[in-house]
Write a protein that binds this ligand. Structure first.
Ligand SMILES: NC(=O)c1ccc[n+]([C@@H]2O[C@H](COP(=O)([O-])OP(=O)(O)OC[C@H]3O[C@@H](n4cnc5c(N)ncnc54)[C@H](O)[C@@H]3O)[C@@H](O)[C@H]2O)c1
Length: 451
């Protein structure tokens, strides 16, 4: 169906489609049937219709986002151009920037802990490259993930002054820092380009690669935010060497999510080598177990990013609500906010996934052996598989919320085999309750014993 026939609602006589052509510094409308003269043609269209109530113009203006996700090494090495120029894909633009004698400026927002560890290297990098810079170190914790920090960033950016077109704001830190800074950038002068440098595993494989920014609001997780991707995300695994073990494990939950939903090979890799990846913080290690995949760290992170991008790129604004990446994110937001800061994001996600594995088993999608393998794998990654605060009440409340915000459908992603999944709207309450009971019977006791 053409746009014109979609737009005509029967109440108007006729819809005229106009293209937009730019010539002599001005845009003008041209009907689609007219021979096109000189000038640049826009992808936008204007559809005009009239009825007895008046004239209606419907604007259809496709907006394209282009961004790069770059896995790299030695990002803070002064000889490495990536941090300054990696976001530019056009060789002509790159050359023009490099030839420009004007001193470059960069505004950097960095997580406080990351600043203690890497702040001097960041300063040395920009100092060596002759860049005028400002490093704003902030306590970007989940409890502080609010508009207060967004406003703080905006005030400082405004004081410092940047060229909105050529001087992207840089965020260096975990998912919280990247989400807050992304939101500030998307608000400043309506949309200022920004760059993400993740320093946690969760941010490396998840929070960095999509378009979402956000902060918590009214006790709701990420209730304020935008869908504005960064110009680029620069992923350097060496930051993970200082990350506490619990946070490595936390990030592995999101990796496991992609494995369970989409990639059996990634699941088997995590099953076999996941523990070693956790022990070595995804760093090159001299003491690799025999028969370990020689490059498990690069293969697993690459697969996690590729599978994530496959799901995100065609649905950046989440117009399609049927999203496999929502696995583990149905009960977890409620649970995470209820007991903040007891559980990390990935831990809450894993508890949700563990319960859903029981639901999938109860519905007959997963065998007992598959269920067992998944739970064993989760435990081997030191991830919690049950929590006393995840009550049946909380599960039911989360599902009701989900129904309200998903157009009246549950849209529940569930594994249907190892590395395969589908979205279901018809999981009966009795199945949920039986699964919940079995989950508690089997995992509560084991959890208590190991705690
Ligand atoms: N935008 C998205 O698409 C998206 C996706 C997933 C998660 N998220 C968000 O990400 C957040 C969770 O991110 P997170 O798990 O990275 O948490 P985080 O940002 O709170 O970082 C975790 C902790 O690690 C510390 N840290 C960071 N890097 C370090 C390093 N290299 N060495 C030592 N310590 C370091 C931080 O100071 C912090 O204490 C949540 O708020 C979640 O909503 C966003």
């Amino acid at each position: 169906m053409s746009h014109a026939s979609e737009i005509s609602d029967g109440a108007c006589d006729h819809v005229t489609e106009f293209r937009l052509v730019r010539a002599d510094c001005t845009w003008s409308r041209q009907t689609a049937d007219r021979e096109r003269g000189e000038g640049r043609l826009s992808d936008a269209r204007i559809y005009e219709s009239s009825s007895e109530d008046g004239v209606t113009w419907t604007v259809v203006s496709p907006i394209v986002f282009t961004y790069r996700v770059i896995q790299c090494e030695s990002l803070l090495d002064a000889s490495n151009d990536t941090l300054l120029f990696g976001h530019i894909s056009s060789p002509t633009e790159l050359q023009a920037l490099k030839n420009n004698s004007k001193a470059m400026k960069r505004f950097i927002v960095i997580d406080e802990t990351v600043n203690d560890l890497y702040g001097s290297q960041v300063a040395a990098y920009f100092g060596a490259r002759g860049v005028t810079y400002k490093i704003l170190s902030l306590p970007t914790t989940e409890e502080n993930k609010s508009m207060t920090l967004v406003t703080r960033i905006l005030e400082e950016v405004h004081k410092f002054g940047i060229d909105r077109r050529t001087e992207p704001i840089i965020a260096i830190g975990g998912g919280v820092c990247l989400d807050i800074t992304g939101l500030a950038a998307s608000l400043y002068r309506r949309r200022t380009p920004y760059i993400r440098v993740p320093t946690t595993l969760l941010a490396y494989i998840d929070a960095s690669v999509g378009a979402k920014t956000g902060v918590n609001f009214a006790n709701g997780k990420n209730k304020l935010g935008s869908y504005i991707p960064p110009m680029a995300a620069f992923l350097d695994r060496s930051f993970l060497c200082t990350l506490p073990r619990r946070h490595i494990s936390n990030g592995m939950a999101e990796m496991l999510k992609m494995a369970l939903m989409k990639h059996r090979g990634l699941f088997e890799l995590l099953e076999k080598d996941g523990r070693h990846l956790l022990d070595s913080s995804f760093q090159p290690s001299g003491r690799m177990p025999e028969n370990m995949h020689t490059d498990a760290a690069s293969v697993s992170t690459r697969l996690a990013i590729e599978t994530m991008l496959e799901e995100l790129a065609p649905n950046l604004w989440e117009d399609d609500l049927d999203r496999l990446v929502d696995f583990g994110h149905i009960i977890s937001p409620e649970l995470e906010m209820k007991i903040l800061p007891a559980l990390l994001h990935g831990e809450a996600v894993n508890i949700d996934m563990a319960f859903m594995v029981y639901v999938a088993h109860e519905r007959g999608f997963l065998t007992e052996e598959e269920k067992r393998r998944i739970i064993v794998c989760m435990r081997s990654l030191d991830l919690p598989v049950w929590h006393s605060d995840c009550t049946l009440d909380l599960v039911q409340k989360s599902l009701t919320e989900r129904l309200q915000h998903s157009g009246g459908f549950l849209r529940m992603p569930l594994p249907t085999a190892l590395g395969k999944a589908k979205i279901f709207n018809d999981i009966e309450e009795s199945i949920m309750c039986q699964a919940f009971k079995k989950w508690c019977d089997e995992q509560c006791e084991t959890t208590m014993k190991t705690e």
